[in-house]
Design a protein around this ligand. Sequence first.
Ligand code: UT7
Length: 328
Amino acid sequence: MNRIRAKILGTGKSLPQKILTNADLEKIVETSDEWIRTRTGIQERRIAEPSEATSDLAIAAAKIALENARVQPDQIEAIFTSTCTPDMFFPSVSCLVQSALGAKNSAAMDISAACSGFIYGLATAKGFIESGTFKTVLVIGVDTLSKITNWKDRATCVLFGDGAGAAVIQSSQDGSGILSVFLGADGNEAEILKVPAGGSRLPASPEVLEKNLCSIRMNGPEVYKLAVTKMVKASEKAAEMAGIQCSDLKLIIPHQANLRIIDSVAKRLNLGPEKVFVNVQKYGNMSAATTIVALDEAQKEGRIQRGDLVELVAFGAGLTWGASVIRW
Ligand code: UT7
């Protein structure tokens, strides 16, 4: 009998209807479609309506994932939502999702690991499932970074988009599932990517809002360099933990922040374009939602078949990073 593993049974995604193109951004800040395409690979992104909150996207993605997994809400024993843009400080997005789904037998908590959040969520689900604590877990990666973007800062506002992805994960003994997870963090680099105010250090006030301190600040080039090195290391480490070589992978699904970062990571891992999933052109950087939305699309586009080895890898504020090898 194979050992108990956490296996992804079904996935789903939800994206806002509203599309913001590079041409639209040219009217908001001093930028150009050419600059954005050549520096980032992004062509358009989805933006939530003022009335659309993080939990709305999370709930929609979760319903699709449950349907695809053929799992009923009352079978879910835990909901872990990774987000850095919750509806409010509390209750958690996970509790709002639990209520909307009618998942009455479920525990619920949020995970804060920025863009690496979905992989941190997978790791949490894997631990609880392999320990025998839970059998069926819902993991969501969701963010609405547009709500905390400084729309006057061209260095950041062109990069982000909103979205949600969800995965239903269940214990399995058929040999497939999550083979490894590697997680890392470095709080010494917290300053290079952060939202300075709005929390307990500097609560929101008219002065704070006037200075736009409740929005994202980023040292782009520093984040860029670290994103490449940490994602390469994490990918290699998770592969080693799974007992495979990166060359054995059918597909790598990297965090979608910048096409140049994705290309550098793939080159250093010696993976050709046919082994790399890219959708950053359509959505920009959706933070915790990127890897799970990409996994959902890769599967639906037929890029992953049963038995294939797939690796997710991400990097984000904190700093945080992580990678996971999955046998599909
Ligand atoms: O999810 C994890 C977190 N995020 C990331 O992984 C993002 C990591 N960083 C990046 O992707 C890149 O650093 C950026 C796309 C943010 C920037 O690309 P870059 O090649 O590092 O450009 P830069 O910041 O060095 O800026 C180059 C020039 C500057 O002008 P000068 O000083 O050379 O005259 C910027 O002012 O480009 C200018 N610039 C822009 N120009 C037109 C910056 N943003 C824009 C813009 N449009 N939107």
